[in-house]
Ligand binder design. Structure first.
Ligand code: ZN
Length: 309
């Protein structure tokens, strides 16, 4: 069957990938992270190969975990382009989506304040994030930031709770879950990965889903894990209303909600003023982490245990 989409963007995260089984796996420069990165590379590689085999002509993979430097391009099919680190805009983090028609989310996680595997929205410092009474998963923000380009969110993978949230937010999206409540030794990564790739390829026929652009205004309640003092400081810093450990954000549209949350989670006024420089330094930190990862993988031959399957 002819594929409907020729130009696909993949947004890849680590928590819902096949190699991240605890918080340490999602952290930076840990032994568990090394394994998680290897498995994330394999997940992405298998999906890319399958999409290309189905006739997709351009696949761009945006690494969207932590520093944005978790994928090793040398371990992934060269017919895709890996984009590491973060861009300022026009799409926050992504930059220019380069003519993509569809976006697939791989390895994502559930929203802050919900069940699921390592649930969080943008940062684990947010313990709960409700928008008009509903938990806000990251896919709502990411998919809506791509909607002005007509990009359809066709596919999502993550833990079962994350998949359910994606389906609740985006009508018609295809999902494929990874169950991590069992024993890691019993998990057949190879087999899961092949099924993931098949499901992703099926979503190339998904014409039910449309670009996701919900109508505002939005009322968000953001509960800060570190409590009242931190919430008050952030409220003063950005001019949000505060009630106890909760910040109250009113946003006209989802784009302005996303930008407010980015400020809250990642920026200070100084960092924002110097954003090209701050982003450059942040990306540099990511590249240093990736160099560390490559060294660790070389040491593997010297007796280090690296056990990604
Ligand atoms: Zn992540």
């Amino acid at each position: 069957m002819m594929t409907r989409y020729k130009n696909v963007l993949i947004v890849a995260d680590i928590e819902g990938s096949s190699g991240c089984w605890d918080y340490a796996g999602s952290a930076f420069k840990t032994r568990q992270w090394v394994n998680a990165c290897l498995a994330m590379c394999r997940d992405v590689d298998v999906v890319v190969k399958r999409l290309v085999a189905e006739g997709v002509q351009q696949v761009i993979v945006k690494d969207f975990h932590r520093t944005g430097y978790n994928l090793l391009p040398e371990r992934i099919d060269p017919r895709c382009r890996i984009v590491s680190g973060y861009r300022r805009g026009p799409v926050p983090g992504v930059g220019n989506p380069s003519g993509a028609e569809a976006v697939m989310f791989l390895g994502l996680h559930a929203a802050s304040g919900t069940d699921g595997f390592l649930p969080h929205t943008l940062t684990s410092r947010i313990s709960n994030l409700l928008v008009d009474g509903q938990p806000l998963p990251e896919i709502a923000l990411f998919a809506s930031s791509l909607a002005p380009y007509g990009i359809r969110p066709v596919f999502f993978s993550g833990c079962p709770v994350a998949c359910k949230q994606a389906e609740d937010v985006i009508g018609g999206i295809d999902t494929f879950s990874i169950e991590k409540s069992g024993n890691v030794e019993d998990f057949d990564a190879r087999r899961w990965r092949q099924a993931l790739a098949a499901a992703a390829a099926n979503s190339l026929q998904n014409n039910r889903v449309t670009p996701y652009l919900p109508e505002g205004p939005f009322h968000a309640t953001v509960s800060m894990r570190d409590g009242q003092a931190v919430a008050s400081r952030l409220a003063r810093r950005w001019g949000f209303e505060v009630r106890g450990a909760d910040l109250l954000i009113q946003a006209e549209n989802i784009d302005s909600l996303y930008r407010d949350l980015i400020r809250l989670c990642y920026l200070t006024p100084l960092v924002q003023r110097l954003l090209p420089l701050s982003l450059g330094l942040f990306n540099l930190q990511g590249r240093i982490g990736l160099a560390w990862l490559r060294r660790r993988l070389k040491e593997k031959t010297n007796g280090e245990q690296v056990t990604a399957r």
